[in-house]
Write a protein that binds this ligand. Structure first.
Ligand code: NDP
Ligand code: MG
Length: 388
Protein backbone atom coordinates (compact mmCIF):
# COMPACT_ATOMS: atom_id res chain seq x y z
CA UNK A 1 0.00 0.00 0.00
CA UNK A 2 1.46 3.39 -1.04
CA UNK A 3 0.34 6.27 1.19
CA UNK A 4 -0.02 9.43 -0.87
CA UNK A 5 0.07 13.15 -0.28
CA UNK A 6 -1.62 14.79 -3.24
CA UNK A 7 -0.71 18.47 -3.36
CA UNK A 8 -2.98 20.45 -5.67
CA UNK A 9 -5.68 17.77 -5.53
CA UNK A 10 -8.33 20.13 -6.94
CA UNK A 11 -6.40 20.83 -10.15
CA UNK A 12 -6.29 19.08 -13.51
CA UNK A 13 -3.44 16.75 -12.47
CA UNK A 14 -4.78 16.34 -8.92
CA UNK A 15 -8.26 15.24 -10.00
CA UNK A 16 -6.86 12.83 -12.59
CA UNK A 17 -4.52 11.38 -9.95
CA UNK A 18 -7.54 10.73 -7.74
CA UNK A 19 -9.18 8.86 -10.62
CA UNK A 20 -6.09 6.65 -10.79
CA UNK A 21 -6.21 6.13 -7.01
CA UNK A 22 -9.93 5.28 -7.12
CA UNK A 23 -9.23 2.63 -9.77
CA UNK A 24 -6.57 0.95 -7.56
CA UNK A 25 -7.82 1.00 -3.97
CA UNK A 26 -5.69 -2.05 -3.17
CA UNK A 27 -2.49 -0.12 -4.03
CA UNK A 28 -3.03 3.48 -3.02
CA UNK A 29 -4.27 5.18 0.10
CA UNK A 30 -4.77 8.93 0.34
CA UNK A 31 -3.04 10.32 3.41
CA UNK A 32 -3.04 14.06 2.56
CA UNK A 33 -4.96 16.27 0.16
CA UNK A 34 -4.19 19.94 -0.47
CA UNK A 35 -5.99 22.70 -2.32
CA UNK A 36 -5.67 26.44 -2.45
CA UNK A 37 -9.11 28.01 -2.80
CA UNK A 38 -11.51 25.38 -4.11
CA UNK A 39 -12.97 24.46 -0.71
CA UNK A 40 -16.04 22.79 -2.17
CA UNK A 41 -14.10 20.26 -4.23
CA UNK A 42 -11.58 19.64 -1.45
CA UNK A 43 -14.44 18.82 0.93
CA UNK A 44 -16.00 16.43 -1.58
CA UNK A 45 -12.64 14.74 -2.16
CA UNK A 46 -12.05 14.36 1.60
CA UNK A 47 -15.50 12.76 1.97
CA UNK A 48 -14.72 10.31 -0.81
CA UNK A 49 -11.09 9.41 -0.01
CA UNK A 50 -10.96 9.73 3.81
CA UNK A 51 -7.48 11.28 4.10
CA UNK A 52 -5.79 11.64 7.47
CA UNK A 53 -5.43 15.39 6.85
CA UNK A 54 -6.25 18.13 4.37
CA UNK A 55 -4.51 21.47 3.88
CA UNK A 56 -6.25 24.46 2.40
CA UNK A 57 -3.52 27.03 1.76
CA UNK A 58 -5.93 29.96 1.31
CA UNK A 59 -6.53 30.78 4.99
CA UNK A 60 -9.87 32.47 4.31
CA UNK A 61 -11.27 29.03 3.38
CA UNK A 62 -10.18 27.31 6.58
CA UNK A 63 -13.41 27.62 8.59
CA UNK A 64 -15.56 26.42 5.65
CA UNK A 65 -13.47 23.27 5.26
CA UNK A 66 -13.11 22.70 9.00
CA UNK A 67 -16.86 22.91 9.61
CA UNK A 68 -17.81 20.75 6.64
CA UNK A 69 -15.48 17.96 7.78
CA UNK A 70 -16.13 18.25 11.52
CA UNK A 71 -18.00 14.94 11.70
CA UNK A 72 -15.14 13.05 10.02
CA UNK A 73 -11.78 12.01 11.49
CA UNK A 74 -9.91 14.35 9.12
CA UNK A 75 -7.40 16.90 10.41
CA UNK A 76 -7.75 20.29 8.74
CA UNK A 77 -4.84 22.71 8.39
CA UNK A 78 -4.34 26.00 6.64
CA UNK A 79 -1.43 27.98 5.22
CA UNK A 80 1.78 27.09 3.41
CA UNK A 81 3.75 26.25 6.57
CA UNK A 82 1.29 23.40 7.23
CA UNK A 83 1.84 22.15 3.71
CA UNK A 84 5.60 22.00 4.19
CA UNK A 85 5.04 20.12 7.45
CA UNK A 86 2.54 17.42 6.37
CA UNK A 87 4.63 16.27 3.40
CA UNK A 88 7.30 15.22 5.90
CA UNK A 89 5.00 13.02 7.98
CA UNK A 90 6.13 9.47 8.54
CA UNK A 91 2.76 8.22 7.26
CA UNK A 92 3.48 9.65 3.78
CA UNK A 93 5.36 7.49 1.25
CA UNK A 94 4.90 9.42 -1.99
CA UNK A 95 4.15 13.09 -2.59
CA UNK A 96 2.44 14.05 -5.83
CA UNK A 97 3.58 17.64 -6.43
CA UNK A 98 0.76 19.07 -8.56
CA UNK A 99 0.50 22.65 -7.36
CA UNK A 100 0.89 25.15 -10.19
CA UNK A 101 3.77 27.63 -10.33
CA UNK A 102 6.52 28.56 -7.89
CA UNK A 103 3.89 28.18 -5.14
CA UNK A 104 4.76 24.47 -5.34
CA UNK A 105 8.50 24.89 -4.78
CA UNK A 106 8.80 24.87 -1.00
CA UNK A 107 6.50 21.91 -0.31
CA UNK A 108 8.28 19.90 -3.01
CA UNK A 109 11.63 20.78 -1.51
CA UNK A 110 10.35 19.85 1.97
CA UNK A 111 9.24 16.45 0.65
CA UNK A 112 12.63 15.90 -1.00
CA UNK A 113 14.45 16.90 2.18
CA UNK A 114 12.41 14.33 4.10
CA UNK A 115 13.61 11.70 1.61
CA UNK A 116 10.11 11.06 0.19
CA UNK A 117 9.48 9.75 -3.26
CA UNK A 118 8.17 12.67 -5.28
CA UNK A 119 5.95 12.25 -8.32
CA UNK A 120 6.69 15.60 -9.90
CA UNK A 121 4.15 17.45 -12.04
CA UNK A 122 5.13 20.93 -10.85
CA UNK A 123 7.79 21.71 -13.47
CA UNK A 124 8.29 25.27 -12.17
CA UNK A 125 10.06 23.78 -9.12
CA UNK A 126 12.92 22.48 -11.28
CA UNK A 127 12.91 25.51 -13.57
CA UNK A 128 13.44 27.84 -10.63
CA UNK A 129 15.66 25.77 -8.35
CA UNK A 130 16.61 22.61 -10.22
CA UNK A 131 20.17 22.46 -8.98
CA UNK A 132 19.17 22.88 -5.35
CA UNK A 133 16.29 20.38 -5.53
CA UNK A 134 18.28 17.68 -7.36
CA UNK A 135 21.19 18.09 -4.96
CA UNK A 136 18.87 17.66 -1.97
CA UNK A 137 17.27 14.63 -3.62
CA UNK A 138 20.68 13.02 -4.14
CA UNK A 139 21.72 13.73 -0.55
CA UNK A 140 18.50 12.43 1.01
CA UNK A 141 17.96 9.54 -1.39
CA UNK A 142 14.60 10.94 -2.51
CA UNK A 143 13.49 9.55 -5.87
CA UNK A 144 11.94 12.07 -8.25
CA UNK A 145 9.68 10.44 -10.82
CA UNK A 146 8.43 12.81 -13.52
CA UNK A 147 4.72 13.18 -14.27
CA UNK A 148 5.09 15.63 -17.15
CA UNK A 149 4.37 13.45 -20.19
CA UNK A 150 7.61 14.30 -22.06
CA UNK A 151 9.77 13.59 -19.04
CA UNK A 152 7.84 10.45 -18.22
CA UNK A 153 8.55 9.36 -21.80
CA UNK A 154 12.27 10.00 -21.40
CA UNK A 155 12.27 8.32 -18.00
CA UNK A 156 10.56 5.25 -19.51
CA UNK A 157 13.06 5.18 -22.39
CA UNK A 158 15.88 5.20 -19.84
CA UNK A 159 14.76 2.19 -17.82
CA UNK A 160 17.57 -0.37 -18.12
CA UNK A 161 19.92 2.11 -19.82
CA UNK A 162 23.17 3.73 -18.70
CA UNK A 163 22.23 7.40 -18.36
CA UNK A 164 25.82 8.38 -19.33
CA UNK A 165 25.18 6.94 -22.78
CA UNK A 166 22.55 9.53 -23.65
CA UNK A 167 23.62 11.52 -26.70
CA UNK A 168 20.59 13.78 -26.64
CA UNK A 169 16.94 13.94 -25.68
CA UNK A 170 14.28 15.20 -28.04
CA UNK A 171 11.23 16.78 -26.45
CA UNK A 172 8.13 16.72 -28.59
CA UNK A 173 5.80 19.73 -28.67
CA UNK A 174 2.28 19.75 -30.08
CA UNK A 175 2.82 23.34 -31.25
CA UNK A 176 -0.35 24.45 -29.48
CA UNK A 177 -3.41 26.14 -30.99
CA UNK A 178 -1.35 28.68 -32.97
CA UNK A 179 0.99 26.31 -34.78
CA UNK A 180 1.95 27.73 -38.17
CA UNK A 181 0.71 31.24 -37.29
CA UNK A 182 2.86 34.34 -37.65
CA UNK A 183 3.21 37.40 -35.37
CA UNK A 184 0.68 39.43 -37.39
CA UNK A 185 -1.96 36.85 -36.43
CA UNK A 186 -0.86 36.53 -32.81
CA UNK A 187 -1.26 40.26 -32.05
CA UNK A 188 -5.02 39.85 -31.88
CA UNK A 189 -5.52 36.52 -30.14
CA UNK A 190 -7.45 36.50 -26.87
CA UNK A 191 -7.24 34.25 -23.83
CA UNK A 192 -10.43 32.38 -24.77
CA UNK A 193 -8.76 31.38 -28.05
CA UNK A 194 -5.42 30.48 -26.48
CA UNK A 195 -7.23 28.27 -23.95
CA UNK A 196 -8.38 25.92 -26.75
CA UNK A 197 -5.57 23.36 -26.78
CA UNK A 198 -5.82 20.86 -29.67
CA UNK A 199 -4.71 17.70 -27.79
CA UNK A 200 -4.69 18.18 -24.02
CA UNK A 201 -7.13 19.48 -21.39
CA UNK A 202 -5.10 21.12 -18.61
CA UNK A 203 -5.13 23.94 -16.08
CA UNK A 204 -5.29 27.51 -17.46
CA UNK A 205 -1.68 28.47 -16.77
CA UNK A 206 -0.07 25.53 -18.56
CA UNK A 207 -2.57 25.85 -21.43
CA UNK A 208 -1.43 29.43 -22.08
CA UNK A 209 2.20 28.29 -21.71
CA UNK A 210 1.48 25.68 -24.39
CA UNK A 211 0.09 28.32 -26.74
CA UNK A 212 3.19 30.54 -26.31
CA UNK A 213 5.58 27.52 -26.29
CA UNK A 214 6.88 28.71 -22.91
CA UNK A 215 5.75 25.30 -21.69
CA UNK A 216 8.32 23.61 -23.94
CA UNK A 217 10.96 26.05 -22.76
CA UNK A 218 10.17 25.23 -19.14
CA UNK A 219 10.35 21.56 -20.06
CA UNK A 220 13.84 21.94 -21.55
CA UNK A 221 15.07 23.27 -18.22
CA UNK A 222 13.10 20.60 -16.34
CA UNK A 223 14.79 17.90 -18.47
CA UNK A 224 18.24 19.38 -17.90
CA UNK A 225 17.96 18.95 -14.12
CA UNK A 226 15.97 15.73 -14.02
CA UNK A 227 18.36 13.82 -16.25
CA UNK A 228 21.59 15.74 -15.55
CA UNK A 229 22.01 16.87 -19.17
CA UNK A 230 24.18 19.50 -20.82
CA UNK A 231 22.20 22.30 -22.46
CA UNK A 232 23.38 21.18 -25.91
CA UNK A 233 21.88 17.73 -25.38
CA UNK A 234 18.29 19.02 -25.33
CA UNK A 235 16.33 19.44 -28.54
CA UNK A 236 12.72 20.29 -29.33
CA UNK A 237 10.69 19.02 -32.27
CA UNK A 238 7.12 19.95 -33.12
CA UNK A 239 4.93 16.86 -33.47
CA UNK A 240 1.31 18.03 -33.76
CA UNK A 241 -0.33 14.63 -33.18
CA UNK A 242 1.11 14.26 -29.62
CA UNK A 243 1.53 10.50 -30.01
CA UNK A 244 5.28 10.31 -29.48
CA UNK A 245 5.74 11.87 -26.06
CA UNK A 246 9.53 12.29 -26.38
CA UNK A 247 12.66 10.46 -27.53
CA UNK A 248 16.15 9.59 -26.37
CA UNK A 249 19.11 9.15 -28.72
CA UNK A 250 21.99 7.06 -27.37
CA UNK A 251 25.75 6.98 -28.00
CA UNK A 252 25.34 4.33 -30.73
CA UNK A 253 22.78 6.42 -32.63
CA UNK A 254 19.83 4.28 -31.57
CA UNK A 255 16.68 6.31 -30.80
CA UNK A 256 14.00 5.17 -28.37
CA UNK A 257 10.56 6.77 -28.27
CA UNK A 258 7.63 6.37 -25.92
CA UNK A 259 4.20 6.54 -27.54
CA UNK A 260 0.54 6.51 -26.65
CA UNK A 261 -2.61 8.57 -26.85
CA UNK A 262 -2.37 11.92 -25.07
CA UNK A 263 -3.85 11.17 -21.63
CA UNK A 264 -2.15 12.45 -18.48
CA UNK A 265 -3.59 9.62 -16.40
CA UNK A 266 -0.97 7.34 -17.95
CA UNK A 267 2.16 9.23 -16.80
CA UNK A 268 0.45 9.96 -13.46
CA UNK A 269 -0.24 6.26 -12.93
CA UNK A 270 3.27 5.33 -14.06
CA UNK A 271 4.86 7.77 -11.58
CA UNK A 272 2.68 6.65 -8.68
CA UNK A 273 3.19 2.93 -9.32
CA UNK A 274 6.82 2.89 -10.55
CA UNK A 275 8.50 0.44 -11.01
CA UNK A 276 5.24 -1.44 -11.56
CA UNK A 277 3.10 -1.13 -14.68
CA UNK A 278 -0.56 -1.31 -13.77
CA UNK A 279 -3.36 -2.70 -15.88
CA UNK A 280 -5.96 -0.10 -16.86
CA UNK A 281 -8.78 0.46 -19.33
CA UNK A 282 -7.52 3.73 -20.87
CA UNK A 283 -8.21 4.04 -24.60
CA UNK A 284 -5.46 2.39 -26.65
CA UNK A 285 -3.49 3.90 -29.53
CA UNK A 286 -4.43 2.48 -32.93
CA UNK A 287 -2.20 3.03 -35.97
CA UNK A 288 -5.27 3.03 -38.22
CA UNK A 289 -6.40 6.31 -36.61
CA UNK A 290 -3.06 7.99 -37.37
CA UNK A 291 -1.87 7.40 -40.90
CA UNK A 292 0.72 10.18 -40.51
CA UNK A 293 2.95 11.23 -37.66
CA UNK A 294 4.71 14.46 -38.62
CA UNK A 295 7.68 16.44 -37.32
CA UNK A 296 8.93 19.97 -37.90
CA UNK A 297 11.35 22.47 -36.38
CA UNK A 298 9.86 24.94 -33.86
CA UNK A 299 9.45 28.56 -34.97
CA UNK A 300 11.64 30.37 -32.42
CA UNK A 301 11.06 33.73 -34.13
CA UNK A 302 7.29 33.72 -33.79
CA UNK A 303 7.17 31.94 -30.45
CA UNK A 304 9.70 34.13 -28.67
CA UNK A 305 9.11 32.52 -25.29
CA UNK A 306 10.79 29.33 -26.42
CA UNK A 307 13.91 31.29 -27.41
CA UNK A 308 13.83 33.21 -24.12
CA UNK A 309 13.60 30.02 -22.09
CA UNK A 310 16.47 28.51 -24.04
CA UNK A 311 18.55 31.63 -23.36
CA UNK A 312 17.65 31.40 -19.67
CA UNK A 313 18.72 27.76 -19.59
CA UNK A 314 22.13 28.62 -21.09
CA UNK A 315 22.59 31.65 -18.84
CA UNK A 316 21.67 29.68 -15.69
CA UNK A 317 21.93 31.17 -12.19
CA UNK A 318 18.75 32.98 -11.22
CA UNK A 319 17.74 33.71 -14.84
CA UNK A 320 15.27 30.81 -15.20
CA UNK A 321 13.73 31.87 -11.86
CA UNK A 322 13.35 35.46 -13.10
CA UNK A 323 11.90 34.30 -16.40
CA UNK A 324 9.48 31.98 -14.64
CA UNK A 325 8.24 34.70 -12.27
CA UNK A 326 7.75 37.20 -15.10
CA UNK A 327 5.94 34.51 -17.07
CA UNK A 328 3.60 33.60 -14.20
CA UNK A 329 2.68 37.25 -13.81
CA UNK A 330 2.10 37.99 -17.51
CA UNK A 331 0.11 34.78 -18.04
CA UNK A 332 -2.19 35.83 -15.23
CA UNK A 333 -2.50 39.29 -16.77
CA UNK A 334 -3.18 37.80 -20.21
CA UNK A 335 -5.95 35.63 -18.72
CA UNK A 336 -7.46 38.87 -17.37
CA UNK A 337 -7.10 40.63 -20.73
CA UNK A 338 -4.58 43.10 -19.34
CA UNK A 339 -1.73 42.34 -21.74
CA UNK A 340 -1.71 41.02 -25.30
CA UNK A 341 -0.29 37.69 -26.42
CA UNK A 342 2.75 39.34 -28.01
CA UNK A 343 3.40 41.61 -25.04
CA UNK A 344 3.92 38.57 -22.81
CA UNK A 345 7.29 37.80 -24.46
CA UNK A 346 8.25 41.47 -24.63
CA UNK A 347 7.73 41.88 -20.90
CA UNK A 348 9.53 38.65 -19.97
CA UNK A 349 12.52 39.71 -22.06
CA UNK A 350 12.70 43.13 -20.40
CA UNK A 351 12.43 41.67 -16.90
CA UNK A 352 15.20 39.18 -17.66
CA UNK A 353 17.45 42.16 -18.37
CA UNK A 354 16.32 44.14 -15.33
CA UNK A 355 16.80 41.74 -12.43
CA UNK A 356 20.39 41.48 -11.12
CA UNK A 357 22.13 38.28 -12.18
CA UNK A 358 23.17 35.84 -9.44
CA UNK A 359 25.34 32.96 -10.55
CA UNK A 360 24.89 30.63 -7.55
CA UNK A 361 21.62 31.58 -5.87
CA UNK A 362 20.46 30.32 -2.47
CA UNK A 363 16.81 29.57 -1.75
CA UNK A 364 16.53 33.07 -0.27
CA UNK A 365 18.02 34.53 -3.49
CA UNK A 366 15.37 32.70 -5.50
CA UNK A 367 12.61 34.11 -3.28
CA UNK A 368 13.99 37.63 -3.78
CA UNK A 369 14.55 37.24 -7.55
CA UNK A 370 11.00 35.96 -7.91
CA UNK A 371 9.70 38.99 -6.01
CA UNK A 372 11.81 41.48 -7.99
CA UNK A 373 10.81 39.95 -11.31
CA UNK A 374 7.11 40.13 -10.41
CA UNK A 375 7.48 43.77 -9.38
CA UNK A 376 9.12 44.74 -12.69
CA UNK A 377 6.66 42.67 -14.70
CA UNK A 378 3.66 44.25 -12.93
CA UNK A 379 5.06 47.68 -13.78
CA UNK A 380 5.24 46.75 -17.49
CA UNK A 381 1.73 45.32 -17.41
CA UNK A 382 0.46 48.67 -16.10
CA UNK A 383 1.84 50.34 -19.21
CA UNK A 384 0.11 47.98 -21.61
CA UNK A 385 -2.52 49.50 -23.91
CA UNK A 386 -4.93 46.86 -22.65
CA UNK A 387 -4.52 47.86 -19.00
CA UNK A 388 -5.94 51.34 -19.65
P1 NDP B 1 -4.45 23.57 -12.15
O1 NDP B 1 -4.49 25.05 -12.27
O2 NDP B 1 -5.52 22.77 -12.78
O3 NDP B 1 -4.38 23.16 -10.59
C1 NDP B 1 -3.48 23.77 -9.73
C2 NDP B 1 -3.61 23.22 -8.33
O4 NDP B 1 -2.74 23.96 -7.48
C3 NDP B 1 -5.02 23.37 -7.73
O5 NDP B 1 -5.26 22.32 -6.85
C4 NDP B 1 -4.91 24.70 -6.96
O6 NDP B 1 -5.83 24.81 -5.90
C5 NDP B 1 -3.50 24.60 -6.44
N1 NDP B 1 -2.90 25.91 -6.20
C6 NDP B 1 -2.97 27.01 -6.99
N2 NDP B 1 -2.30 28.04 -6.45
C7 NDP B 1 -1.80 27.59 -5.28
C8 NDP B 1 -1.05 28.19 -4.22
N3 NDP B 1 -0.66 29.48 -4.28
N4 NDP B 1 -0.70 27.43 -3.16
C9 NDP B 1 -1.09 26.15 -3.07
N5 NDP B 1 -1.82 25.52 -4.03
C10 NDP B 1 -2.16 26.23 -5.11
O7 NDP B 1 -3.02 23.13 -12.69
P2 NDP B 1 -2.60 21.77 -13.42
O8 NDP B 1 -3.13 20.61 -12.67
O9 NDP B 1 -2.87 21.90 -14.86
O10 NDP B 1 -1.02 21.82 -13.27
C11 NDP B 1 -0.35 21.55 -12.06
C12 NDP B 1 1.15 21.44 -12.33
O11 NDP B 1 1.38 20.32 -13.16
C13 NDP B 1 1.72 22.65 -13.08
O12 NDP B 1 3.01 22.91 -12.61
C14 NDP B 1 1.77 22.19 -14.52
O13 NDP B 1 2.81 22.79 -15.26
C15 NDP B 1 2.06 20.70 -14.34
N6 NDP B 1 1.61 19.87 -15.47
C16 NDP B 1 0.28 19.82 -15.76
C17 NDP B 1 -0.18 19.06 -16.83
C18 NDP B 1 -1.66 18.95 -17.12
O14 NDP B 1 -2.04 18.14 -18.00
N7 NDP B 1 -2.53 19.66 -16.48
C19 NDP B 1 0.76 18.33 -17.68
C20 NDP B 1 2.13 18.41 -17.26
C21 NDP B 1 2.52 19.17 -16.19
P3 NDP B 1 -7.33 25.44 -6.08
O15 NDP B 1 -7.85 24.99 -7.39
O16 NDP B 1 -8.07 24.84 -4.91
O17 NDP B 1 -7.23 26.91 -5.96
MG1 MG C 1 4.49 18.33 -20.84
Amino acid sequence: MTRLAILGSTGSIGTQALEVVAAHPELFQVEILSAHSNAELLIAQARQFHPNAVVVTDETKYSTVKEALSSLPVKVFSGTAALNDVVQWETVDTVLAAIVGIAGLESTLAAVQAGKRVALANKETLVVAGELVMQAAAEKGAGIIPVDSEHSAIFQCLVGEDIRKIEKVILTASGGPFLGRKPNYLVNVKASHALQHPNWTMGAKITIDSATLMNKGLEMIEAKWLFGLQNEQIEVVVHPQSIIHSLVQFADGSVKAQMGLPDMKLPIQYALAFPQRLQNDFKRFDFKDFSKLTFEAPDYKTFRNLALAKDAMFKGGNTPCVMNAANELVVNSFLQNRVSFIEMSEIIEKVMEQVTFIEHPTLEDYRQSDKDARMYAAEHVKHSQLSH
